[in-house]
Write a protein that binds this ligand. Structure first.
Ligand SMILES: NC(=O)C1=CN([C@@H]2O[C@H](COP(=O)(O)OP(=O)(O)OC[C@H]3O[C@@H](n4cnc5c(N)ncnc54)[C@H](O)[C@@H]3O)[C@@H](O)[C@H]2O)C=CC1
Ligand SMILES: O=C(O)C(=O)Cc1ccc(O)cc1
Length: 308
């Protein structure tokens, strides 16, 4: 069983990548798309992100078996609500949002007559918009699916197989657990990057040109993350407020412990912490998640290098 008519609402990085990936890896399916922004619709048509870029969302979803919302987390309700009548009754509704509990609630409230199974491909870049998407984005990356209790098993299986066809490894999780895990592995690192880049450029005795000139080290990695889309990340933090604040509290305590170690000259504490984190990085690489390798993201590489 597979979806043969798929509609994508929002044709930026995620929507565009899904559209291109469907055409590449699921060529028998037909994909329609819609974006609120006319310029994005025009560019999406130029790049053939879908078979048909529609002038209205109603037209895009009219014959869909799967609708995927690929809009910023805060726009989900507004994008879904007007489509209650237009989405066919048997159609499965999903999304790709970076937080899950709030988005799942917004989608369920907006589309109470439909089966909704939220998802989150943990795959992206700092770029956004209709030029950012590419077909191989999901290859070898995780896609977390957060099915509601007692969901339609056939639809769930078909959604899992859909993401596997696009190259992802699928994991099922509760939305609450997803939000806690992603708060520490993705949301907090983005918050730290936004902070450190802002702090460096605010320093009065360090010029902007020095910040750029000497950013070859770790700081450069932070500037990539801190270039991520402001609308999306504002919405991520507001929609995953509780988990982010919980993790931020833990992080602040740990940072304070390191601050103290520096102040009192406790080299052993610093050395122990850095040894522990180095081992974590190395174990990630051994698991085949080495993002410094040029073939990172290729699932065949991931599988070959995974230790049994
Ligand atoms: N950027 C990333 O690396 C990742 C993003 N995500 C999630 O994917 C979703 C989309 O993010 P991106 O594709 O990166 O953003 P994007 O900014 O590239 O694309 C979002 C698109 O949605 C459109 N849009 C906004 N409101 C709309 C509405 N009411 N109806 C139709 N279109 C509307 C915008 O015009 C824009 O073209 C977000 O929920 C984000 O949390 C998930 C994984 C990774
Ligand atoms: O570009 C990066 O390093 C990312 O972390 C991309 C990303 C952004 C948001 C997500 O929900 C998942 C992945």
């Amino acid at each position: 069983m597979t979806f043969s008519q798929i509609a994508i609402i929002g044709l930026g990085l995620q929507g565009g990548s899904i559209g291109l990936a469907i055409q590449e890896y699921l060529p028998e399916a037909r994909v329609t798309g819609y974006d609120l922004d006319p310029a994005t619709r025009a560019r999406a048509a130029e790049r053939s992100l879908c078979h048909t870029v529609c002038a209205t969302a109603e037209e895009a979803v009219a014959e869909a078996e799967l609708v995927i919302f690929c809009v910023p987390p805060g726009a989900i309700g507004k994008a879904a609500r007007p489509l209650r009548e237009a989405i066919p009754p048997e159609c499965l509704v999903s999304d790709v949002g970076s937080s899950k509990k709030r988005i799942a609630a917004d989608l369920a409230q907006a589309l109470p007559d439909h089966i909704v199974i939220p998802a989150h491909p943990v795959a992206g870049t700092e770029n956004s918009g209709p030029d950012a998407g590419f077909a191989s984005l999901f290859q070898g990356r995780w896609c977390i699916v957060t099915p509601p209790e007692h969901t339609d098993l056939l639809k769930l299986t078909t959604l899992v197989e859909f993401w596997e066809t696009l190259g992802a490894n699928v994991e099922l999780m509760s939305p609450e657990h997803h939000d806690l895990v992603l708060a520490v592995t993705s949301h907090l690192p983005h918050l730290i990057a936004y902070t450190i880049v802002g702090t460096a450029s605010d320093l009065e005795d360090v010029t902007q040109s020095e910040v750029i000139k000497y950013s070859a080290g770790g700081f450069r990695d932070f500037t990539r993350i801190a270039a991520s889309d402001p609308t999306m990340w504002r919405d991520v933090f507001l929609s995953n407020k509780e988990a982010v604040l919980t993790m931020l509290q833990r992080f602040t305590e740990d940072l304070t412990a390191l601050q103290r170690a520096i102040r009192v000259g406790d080299g052993e504490a610093l050395f122990d912490q850095f040894t522990r984190t180095r081992a974590i990085r190395r174990s990630i690489i051994e698991e085949g998640q080495d993002d410094s390798r040029p073939d990172f993201g290729r699932s065949d590489h991931v599988k070959k290098t995974k230790k049994s």
